[in-house]
Structures are given as structure tokens and as C-alpha cells.
Design a protein around this ligand. Structure first.
Ligand code: BTN
Length: 234
């Protein structure tokens, strides 16, 4: 069982774990009602108003070969948790959860290093559960409440953690291949034309497949390209 730490407000659950990882156990979860400096991928701000679920999980894996796939595992866990309530989410590689093209959840994983080695991983998750207004999000977004689901944040957190920790030991040992078929079932962009942005560069192509290591295989005019990281734009 994980230790769960609750706060009414924090600057960021990610920052909290980075500041306290030494005194916290493996699998500690920190959850907060609001964040004053919530962070998203690529240094974006994550506006964190009441009603949303904001949490981070501290992981201290003995084996770090497959830590890159932990974020994808968390995205799948959020999908499966939402499915329990009749929602049909899909995955936008690498780690966004959407419903009908609207963002339901974002995930930010950050490695905490010591002596040039990965000491811990902080996996931060923001789920739109019951916010009243999502107009500040710079893209279409939706909450579980807007989808007709009235679930308490704490219950949804437990659902996500149960799914996550059910797969976690196997993913640590064997990587993305453990969740590849479940992930691909929910990756609706396969065979479609997409644009993948990484910093200032963008690549256009057809989403051909997800490799056994979780990278995106993009069929471009110049051949098949393996994409390790990026933002998928449709
Ligand atoms: C993204 O889609 O850009 C990722 C967003 C991740 C937001 C969560 S909310 C809980 C945790 N604390 C943070 O500051 N960020 C993550």
C-alpha cells in the first residue's frame, strides 16, 4: 500500500516530491486540492483550480531500464479507470488522455537524479474531474463531470492507482511490451496523418505503429522515422 499525503494547496505536487524525496518512501502519493505553480510538459503552466485531481507518485525503482515507459503506463491506467465509469477515452501518444478530441488528463514525469543516476521518478497527473470552467486550457478540454460522471476525486485516484500498480512491476522488468496491445487499442491515431512537434521542429507523416519500446513509428515522405519524444498534433 502507498502512503498518501493530502494538502489543501501546494505550489506543485511535483516540486513537493523533488524537495522531499529523501524522506519519503517508494510509492508515496501526494495529492492537493489546488496548485499555485502547477507544471505541464515542455515548461508549460498547468492551471490547477478546485475540482481537478492533481497528484504525483514518487517511484524509487531498483531497475531503471524502462522508466521512459512509466508515463505511458500511467496514461493507460487513467484510461482504464475512466472506462470503469462508462467513459470511452483514447490515448494521444505519448501520454495525454482524451475523450472525443478533448483533453481529460495530462501527465508529466520527471527524473530526480543523484550522482548522475536516476534516484527517483516523480509521475505527476492532472485529471479534469469536476472543474466548472476549462476555458483557460489552451486546447479543447473536458472533465469527467461534463461527461456525466460524478465521481469523488479520492475514489478516482484509488481507481487509477489500482490500475497503475497492477502493471507496474511487469513494466519495470519488461517495458512497454507488457502494455503495448492495451495501449494500441486506445491509440486512435494509427493509420492517420499527424504532425509531431518537438521544440521548433515538426514532422508530418502517417502514424504507422508504436514500437515494442513505446516509440512512435512515423511514415514520412523520407521513410519510416522513429520518434522518441514529441507533441502530437492532429
Ligand atoms: C501536460 O499535459 O502538460 C502534463 C500536465 C501534468 C500536470 C500535473 S498536475 C499534478 C502534477 N503537478 C504538477 O505541477 N504537474 C503535474
Amino acid at each position: 500500500m502507498s502512503t498518501i499525503l493530502y494538502f489543501e494547496t501546494l505550489n506543485s505536487t511535483q516540486t513537493y516530491l523533488k524537495d522531499h524525496f529523501n524522506e519519503l518512501d517508494d510509492k508515496t502519493v501526494v495529492i492537493t486540492g489546488t496548485q499555485t505553480a502547477g507544471r505541464g510538459r515542455f515548461d508549460r503552466q498547468w492551471v490547477s483550480q478546485p475540482g481537478g485531481l492533481y497528484f504525483s507518485v514518487l517511484l524509487k525503482p531498483a531497475k531503471t531500464d524502462f522508466v521512459a515507459n512509466i508515463t505511458q503506463l500511467m496514461a493507460l491506467a487513467v484510461c482504464e479507470a475512466a472506462e470503469k465509469y462508462g467513459v470511452q477515452p483514447n490515448l494521444k501518444w505519448p501520454n495525454d488522455v482524451q475523450v472525443a478530441g478533448k483533453k481529460l488528463c495530462g501527465i508529466l514525469s520527471e527524473a530526480i537524479t543523484q550522482d548522475n543516476k536516476i534516484a527517483c521518478l516523480a509521475v505527476g497527473v492532472g485529471v479534469n474531474v469536476a472543474q466548472k470552467d476549462l476555458s483557460h486550457v489552451g486546447q479543447p478540454a473536458v472533465s469527467l463531470r461534463e461527461l456525466g460522471v460524478n465521481v469523488a476525486k479520492e475514489d478516482f485516484l484509488q481507481d487509477v492507482l489500482a490500475k497503475f500498480f497492477a502493471y507496474y512491476p511487469a513494466v519495470l522488468e519488461e517495458g512497454f511490451s507488457v502494455i503495448r496491445s492495451a495501449y494500441k487499442e486506445r491509440f486512435v491515431f494509427l493509420g492517420k496523418q499527424i504532425v509531431v512537434k518537438n521544440g521548433t521542429s515538426a514532422l508530418t507523416g502517417i502514424a504507422h505503429d508504436l514500437s515494442p519500446r513505446g516509440t512512435l513509428l512515423l511514415q514520412t515522405q523520407n521513410g519510416l522515422r522513429e520518434i522518441l519524444i514529441g507533441d502530437l498534433i492532429v
